[in-house]
Design a protein around this ligand. Sequence first.
Ligand code: MG
Ligand code: MG
Length: 262
Amino acid sequence: MINLKSHDDIDLITRGGAIIGGLFREVEGRVVPGVSTSKLDRFCEDYIRSHEGAVPAFKGLYGFPGSVCISINEEVVHGLPSSSRILAERDIVSIDVGVRLEGWCSDSAWTFAVGDIDEETRNLLRVTEDALERAIEAACPGNHVGDIGAAVVSAVEGTGLGIVRELVGHGVGREVHEEPQVPNVGRAGFGPLLREGLVLAIEPMLSTGTDAVRTLEDGWTVITADGSKSAHFEHTVAITAAEPRILTLAPVPTGGVGPFPA
Ligand code: MG
Ligand code: MG
């Protein structure tokens, strides 16, 4: 069942989402060589909990042990924070964060560069972020879920990058994962109709190589099958009569991280 949200519901989701936006702004300067992913995880958890009533929505979700997912280089999603995973110069690090506040969830991910990265990797980040921006633009009433996937495809076409198809976006609300699924490939005009009040996590995942993925023996970490690097950008977005409303932004734009710096 697809649940539509009221204006008040969406305002509440935005309050949690703003915590994630603020967190990404704070965490950017901490994604540096020598830091462990468990230290980043702790920072994220402390930051979220410093806001009254807010908790990390991923902690314990399906049994996930961390507060946030931290995925390095060929890891696409669901990386487990660990004291033995130390960031190195030229890594890219995707941090995927869920917040639950007053019974409502929000979900957003960002891929950060550790120090200087090569041009191919910079391009991967640029195209993935652009794909998210274009996919969000397609999230309008009267369009269909397939228009979102089609927008990702058109943003990626001709770049040689792979679109990870096995993982999808989703509805967000009382639960982190609600219907409908939001694939990153699609045909315009196909799939569930987008209606005002629908809240979706839109989250393209691209790779510099194959679109095939596999899960490591830890049962969580999804990596690209060929070891190529992967990027992941995600916002929680409400479909409104006016324009798509991004709910996971920092409260005051500073020109730092996101949503789409010029
Ligand atoms: Mg996410
Ligand atoms: Mg998500």
